[in-house]
Design a protein around this ligand. Structure first.
Ligand SMILES: Nc1ncnc2c1ncn2[C@@H]1O[C@H](COP(=O)(O)OP(=O)(O)OP(=O)(O)O)[C@@H](O)[C@H]1O
Length: 225
């Protein structure tokens, strides 16, 4: 079976004025099914850049990104969009939900976009909302939810299309300690119980005990901590 994510010698530059700043330098990384890993490192070290490249949201300047055994390099934009929609679940710092849609419709929308809104998807949406403790609020509009509730809906949405790879960029930055632990435990449970790969970028040391491995970005490369 193919690994959900592999980065091979990934390099990324940004222009800093006239200077070329090399953020990632031939970085190698791999995550297995059922594995939940954290990426830590100082501000500006390249964590979000790495996650965006892993999630097919940003193109590297060198190296290869392989999602479920497929190299993204040779894919057209529409093929990449399909990978993003069906193979990857994203959770960001701000929940990035559609403000005017009801809770349940957020899940329906991503399933419809993937062409998979059917009876079994309806059941899955119900189960996910139940698991996130959001069943009672399924007909609420997003703007009427608290920060923690929004984040739980965002997680349910990220899991909706059963992606093999879950990418979370500072998902707890706006939450208190107990909510943060709750959210991270939900991601861990999905990875472990459904055999998904999950990658968490975080500054929050207090949630790292949930992770199977912790990597640090340093000098453009990753090292196991
Ligand atoms: N689009 C861009 N154009 C130019 N420079 C960028 C761009 N995106 C990121 N950078 C720079 O690349 C470096 C790495 O940024 P990145 O957001 O990946 O770091 P990070 O480790 O996630 O930081 P933080 O922990 O503060 O979120 C930073 O110096 C940032 O300013």
């Amino acid at each position: 079976m193919n690994e959900p994510l592999e980065l091979r010698k990934v390099t990324k530059y940004f222009m800093d004025g006239e200077q070329k700043a090399e953020i990632l330098k031939e970085l190698d990384f791999k995550v297995n099914r059922g594995e939940f890993v954290a990426i830590v490192g100082p501000s500006g070290s390249g964590k979000s850049t790495m996650l965006s490249i892993a999630g097919a949201l940003l193109t590297p300047d060198g190296g290869e990104v392989i999602v479920n055994g497929r190299s993204l390099g040779g894919l057209s934009d529409s093929e990449k969009a399909k990978v993003r929609l069906t193979s990857i679940g994203y959770i960001f710092q701000a929940s990035n939900l559609v403000p005017f849609l009801k809770v349940k419709d957020q899940l329906k929308l991503v399933a419809e976009l993937a062409g998979s809104w059917d009876d079994s998807a309806r059941k899955r949406a119900d189960e996910l909302l139940e698991a996130m403790g959001m069943s009672q609020r399924q007909n609420r509009r997003i703007q009427h939810l608290s920060g923690g509730e929004k984040q739980r809906v965002a997680i349910a949405r990220a899991f909706m299309n059963e992606p093999d790879l879950i990418l979370a960029d500072e998902p707890t930055a706006a939450l208190d300690a107990s909510r943060s632990n709750e959210i991270i435990a939900l991601i861990k449970r999905e990875a472990h119980s459904r055999n998904k790969a999950a990658v968490l970028v975080t500054h929050d040391e207090s949630v790292l005990h949930h992770c199977d491995n912790v990597y640090e970005v340093s000098q453009g490369k990753l090292r196991l901590r």
